[in-house]
Design a protein around this ligand. Structure first.
Ligand SMILES: *[C@@H]1O[C@H](CO)[C@@H](O)[C@H](O)[C@H]1NC(C)=O
Length: 179
């Protein structure tokens, strides 16, 4: 079997990282080029998921790669927006915190412990929303929807995690860990 690192969706993932890095490198000097690079990176995001399913090359590594690229790109964009609009820094900080915490919990719930929800592919259902990321942080309605999804993910994942803790405690696993 071909190495997971060489799966086609993961190769697309590497190119997304490269494009995003280039976008942020050029952002201060050539905003238009940067926007193009960023949009291309976001656009490829809807590609790698399809490629993974089509070629039967879904992998945990690929999901992590995808997720981390998205999160880091979002963070970097919000840093830029914070510098551009210092008045709204607090909003951007809230947005970053929600973005990280909701995806963190959601990903751990779906990737690390997939047996809890058999049949759940663990793929985050908001891939297409990501394509409009630039729009997202500029237009309120879409931003509100994305925020609502994040809040739901955060609450759902937190409840699932707590349920796992509860179940483990009842099976005596929690006490075994402390030995
Ligand atoms: C943020 O982006 C804008 C528009 O592309 C650009 O003018 C500005 O220099 C950027 N700032 C940083 C720190 O990248």
């Amino acid at each position: 079997m071909v190495s997971v690192f060489l799966f086609v969706p993961n190769l697309i993932g590497y190119s997304r990282i490269f494009l995003a890095l280039a976008a942020f490198y050029f952002m201060p000097s050539s905003p238009k080029l940067a926007t193009g690079l960023y949009l291309l990176s976001s656009f490829l995001d809807s590609f790698d998921g399809h490629a993974a399913r089509l070629l039967n090359q879904c992998s945990r590594f690929g999901m992590m790669l995808d997720m981390l690229t998205d999160r880091c790109a979002t963070m970097c964009l919000l840093v830029n927006l914070s510098l551009l609009y210092p008045r709204y820094v607090f909003l951007f900080q809230l947005s970053m915190s929600l973005d990280i915490s909701s995806h963190w919990l959601h990903l751990h719930r779906s990737v690390i412990l997939p047996q809890i929800h058999p049949g759940d592919t663990g793929l985050v259902p908001s891939l297409n929303i990501h394509f409009f990321q630039l729009l997202l942080y500029c237009s309120f309605p879409i931003c509100a929807i994305k925020t609502a999804i994040s809040v739901i993910h955060l609450i759902t994942a937190a409840r699932n995690m707590a349920a796992m803790d509860q179940a483990e405690g009842e099976q005596g696993l929690a006490s075994r860990k402390q030995d």
